[in-house]
Design a binder for this molecule. Structure first.
Ligand code: AHR
Length: 304
């Protein structure tokens, strides 16, 4: 056998090893889509970090559609991946496909958003921030900033999604403690800048230029950034006339805070592969009962 043949053989063995099961795990990731600034940052982190952990990541962007996610998960099952990660668009409608993954002995890990299923054994664990707590942090900041006296307009995230449900509930739980705090208008802006702008334009019209309104609470920064545009176009001063509090702390919101056009943002970390991949790899090495929720911390950022 010539030197060249040995080298070629070694290269083949190495590539077989890398692509095979000796160290690489093949994991399918069904992602919500690419709305806003936070989600693309999260996707990039998951994709960029996969190789570091020896993961062959099959990434599927569902473009905000649950049907696409169901299709992607079924394709991962057919491919026989080692594990499936899902960031579910909405909480309902998952029982059947999760059962199919379980029947195929493929463990499922939820990231970011939650599902509402009767049988929790259909997934191993959820690794995510606490959206309810994020709503509470936003509400507590506003209670303090307004001395408990505030009429609020709320820009909700995607209807039926875990962050929209839980951020609303957490925020409401705090303002319920203050008799003079109240959400007076609420509407979904679907987590997008354009959606937030449209919703704020409607609020501006229906409240005679936000008369009597003290704050805008948005379930994400992109909607709030759209709301800021709408308010400026209407001659209002976001961050001064109206207190602006939202969630994500994306770079454009950090700029808005620095410019005084927003007041507070609760950070939803996007570089979270380091929380997610080790849990999955450890489980694949030695399956064990994990807590049903592994929580990633969230932090408050305020304008100076
Ligand atoms: O599920 C998390 C939320 O989804 C983020 O706050 C938002 O920006 C994204 O669209």
């Amino acid at each position: 056998m010539s030197f060249k043949t040995i080298l070629a053989g070694t290269a083949l063995a190495f590539s077989t090893l890398a692509a095979g099961s000796a160290w690489a795990e093949t994991i399918g990731f069904s992602q919500v889509g690419s709305e806003g600034d936070w989600r693309p940052a999260f996707s990039a982190n998951m994709q960029n970090e996969a190789a570091t952990y020896g993961i062959d990541l099959k990434f599927a962007d569902a473009q905000g559609k649950q049907e696409e996610q169901l299709r992607a998960v079924r394709a991962f099952i057919a491919q026989g991946v080692d594990a499936i990660i899902i960031a579910p668009v909405v909480v309902t409608g998952w029982d059947q496909v999760l059962q199919e993954a379980k029947d195929a002995n493929i463990p499922v890990f939820l990231v970011d958003r939650d599902v509402d299923v009767a049988d929790k054994s259909l997934y191993v664990t959820r690794i995510s921030a606490d959206f309810n707590l994020e709503g509470k942090i936003a509400g507590a900041w506003l209670a303090q900033a307004s001395l408990g006296n505030c009429k609020i307009v709320e820009l909700q995230g995607t209807t039926g999604s875990a962050p929209a449900i839980e951020r609303n509930a957490g925020f409401q739980a705090i303002i319920d403690q203050f008799p003079n705090m109240e959400i007076v208008q609420t509407q979904s802006g679907d987590f997008t800048t354009e959606g937030g702008k449209k919703v704020m334009e409607a609020f501006i019209k229906s409240t005679n230029n936000l008369e009597g309104i003290c704050a805008s609470f948005a379930h994400n920064d992109n909607m709030q950034l759209g709301a800021i545009q709408a308010m400026k176009e209407a001659g209002l001063n976001p961050g001064t006339d109206i207190k602006m509090v939202s969630v994500d702390y994306v770079p454009a919101m950090a700029d808005a805070l620095a410019a005084g056009e927003a007041n507070a943002s609760v950070e939803l970390r996007s570089a979270v592969a380091e929380y997610i991949y080790p849990v999955i790899l450890d489980y694949l090495k030695a399956p064990s009962d994990l807590p049903k929720w592994i929580v990633i911390p969230s932090d408050l950022h305020v304008a100076n």
